[in-house]
Ligand binder design. Structure first.
Ligand SMILES: [Zn+2]
Length: 245
């Protein structure tokens, strides 16, 4: 038996286990990140609604102010016209000013009615914006708590992932580059599985029969032997592999 080869195989098996663990952890963490993104998107919907309602409120407040301002302007004009009225000399001038006062009074009526309608709209917009803000704040608090809970759940997994990647790197450095290349190529063809145990003359990777002569050679372990079917590097374990652990 070639002890160096035996060691290489053990290292490859270990590497394969670590890489399977890395894939598992990555998928767990990815799923969790997706959950967080979904929650954030939900919150954003409420935030957008809130911003829309606040904008609507701002606009109606502005309309109220503009109308109030215009009423004041019209009022000032009426007062001024009335003052001028007392000083006019001709009847024609008097009639013109009188009509002006009359027009302005009509305009003021219209504006005042408009203003009342705007006040109603402002009140409704205030209520909507307040409700929207409350909904947003409540949801934000809830979602922050949920996201923190999600992060807490994966703290261990994240640590484990860092450790596993570190181990993967270390093992990769100890292996002969050509063997590492071979491992990578086969792993790529077999969803990350480049080494497989032989049990009862079968490859445990693809479950096809391994010819008896090949089984003997695998047991002898003098060279690396690939499964004729799936190309995985085959190895033989005498006893229960967990027994010595
Ligand atoms: Zn196979």
């Amino acid at each position: 038996m070639n002890q160096g080869l035996q060691n290489d195989i053990e290292t490859l098996v270990r590497l394969q286990e670590i890489e399977a663990e890395i894939r598992r952890l990555q998928s767990v963490i990815q799923k969790v990140e997706k959950e967080k993104i979904t929650l954030a998107a939900r919150l954003e919907t409420f935030e957008t609604a809130l911003r829309t309602h606040q904008q609507e409120l701002k606009e109606i407040v502005q309309q109220c102010e503009d109308t109030e301002q215009e009423i004041q302007t019209v009022d000032a004009r009426i007062i001024k016209s009335n003052e001028t009225l007392r000083m006019v000399k001709t009847n024609k001038e008097y009639q013109v000013l009188l009509r002006e006062v009359d027009d302005n009074k009509k305009r003021k009526d219209v504006l005042e009615n408009q203003l009342l309608a705007f006040y109603d709209q402002r009140e409704a917009a205030e209520a909507t914006a307040a409700e929207s803000e409350q909904q947003f704040l409540q949801l934000r608090e809830k979602i922050r708590a949920e996201q923190a809970e999600i992060d807490k759940k994966t703290v261990d997994d994240r640590e484990l992932l860092v450790e596993s990647v570190e181990q993967q790197k270390k093992i990769g450095q100890t292996l002969d580059p050509s063997l590492m290349n071979r491992f990578r190529k086969i792993a790529k063809m077999n969803q990350g599985q480049a080494v497989a145990q032989v049990r009862n003359e079968s490859c445990m990777g693809c479950f096809m029969n391994v010819p008896p002569q090949l089984c003997i050679e695998i047991q002898r372990a003098n060279q690396l032997i690939s499964c004729p079917q799936c190309s995985r590097i085959l190895y033989h374990v005498d006893d229960d592999p967990m027994a010595g652990d």
